[in-house]
Design a protein around this ligand. Sequence first.
Ligand SMILES: *Cc1c(COP(=O)(O)O)cnc(C)c1O
Length: 601
Amino acid sequence: MEFGLAPSIYHTFQSKTPIHEMNFIRTHEVFSNQRAMDYFHRIHKNVILDLPIYSGGLGVLAGDALKSAADLNLSLAGIGIMWNKGYFKQSFWFKYGQIPDELSWDPFSYPGLILTNKKFKMRIGKDEMSLRIWKYYVFSQDLKSVIPLVLIDSNCAENAEYQRKITNMLYQSDNIWWKLVQRSILGIGGIKAIDALGYKINLYHLNEGHAALAFLERPQGHFAYTCHTPVAAGHDRFSISDLSNVLNQKEIEILKKYGTDKDHKDIVNFTQLALNTTAHVNAVAKKHQEITRLQFPAYKDRIDNVTNGIHTHTWVSKPFSELFDKYQEKIGNWRENPKNLAKTIELKDDPDFRRDIWLAHQENKKQLVETLKFWNIRERVFTISWARRIAPYKRPSLILQNPNMLINIAREVGPIQIILAGKAHPADSHGFANVNEMLNKIASLEGDKDLIKIIFLENYDTYFAKFLTSSVDAWLNNPLPPFEASGTSGMKAILNGVLQISTLDGWIVEAADKGIGYIFGYVPKEGEIGSEQNLKLKEDSEALYSTLRSTITTYYQTVNHGKNCYSSKWIDMMINCVAASGYFNTHRMIEEYHQKIWENL
Ligand SMILES: *Cc1c(COP(=O)(O)O)cnc(C)c1O
């Protein structure tokens, strides 16, 4: 459904034709507890808009997977949709919250995006429509191999006005018909697009249930399926009557046979459908595998696991890639094989490496200081970030639950800088309320700006994700366990020596014994899923504050007295982080997909 390829930060190609001004968002507002500064200053950046066909981690993971597949020279194509209006652009309005603006961009001048001369037709309900096909080539690191990403677009001149808008906005969910048609275009249209291009495909991999209707178009095909979420809203369910407005009777009969929801016989559940029509199923972290087995006990033995990763070359900052090059003799060729980063653990007792990893981090932090200079962000002050999609289970406002506690910690242990960023889905009223609450809490700390600086950046995207995951000291991850299937932003952070402060959920469960930071908060009992509604904000924020107190103490032991202490525990943990990133990358992940699934079906 979505692909986050991040050309703003990796393989940023030039174009011979001028790039339309719409393909840049050059200024970003800031909401902070220094309101006067927000009024006078903006963040300026001169980078191309990310290819706006993703909303968050699911898409970025798909993009990273394609990049590693290209690096490993695998024969594979991605299928997605050309979202003509992207996801949305976020603006803040004080005392109101987030305003979702329509995003306009120009695919024709977007570097690397090509409109092919191939089209195909599809029937949706009573009407037939045309779909055109775009391609975007995803290059390997060394530029020697490519993976085509095929993007389907309903914006054809010969289509009716309403049809031209169907592929406008990703996750437009205010209308069920619309949502279903988008899934039909991805699933059924995806197969038709492959045929129109003449590709010969042996295996179709459904990345999430969104594309499950592909089975209708190719019932004899070989399918594999990756389930990405334990959150109820992540599982698509449609009533038979809604389906009848889009699909024909024969198709409905197939869906009834394979996809009937276990609790409602008039509903088709796409997760159920994918489980029944695919030969291989996997979850995206060990903990997620355990939860998926609890949610779908009938399929227990078939639910395998491949833990997620990130594309090392996309997310490594320049000072860290230079550091890894400098110590290549010990680490090995990390560019060809990022798994070699595990060997940095052997450098733990090397005083030069301990100094150099700290200096590489400070190099990154200087960028943060420079970008936020009007807000007086300082290099030697403890800085923590929470930045991701604003969804209730991720508990975006946890650190702001009790601002007085934050002030006390800052007074007793040392000053604190907090950077926040994230978009809430435009139709998510809880997410909207979260943004509103966060802005109000930030404004309430205006009188304490010498002890604590809080900054909320507008319009989080992969550019800011790389910027923040490499430049802050600690990365905050506080989903309510067990609702984070994996999470990936923390993997970007550890690659750049940024410590984790996290609840025990998703990928963190597999890294908890590696000394990459501090774990806190609620842990569900073995065999228990619990409720997404009971967010445990009070208990877990108290646990977070107490963890912060000890974390910040350790941090200031490293930087205090104007002199750095390279023997500190903090630097031990930074090295543990980098070593752990030898496992949590998409090279390892794609090799597992290849060996466990693609080669065997
Ligand atoms: C990596 C990334 C994410 C994923 O964050 P999680 O930790 O999985 O919540 C979301 N959005 C962007 C822009 C990213 O780059």
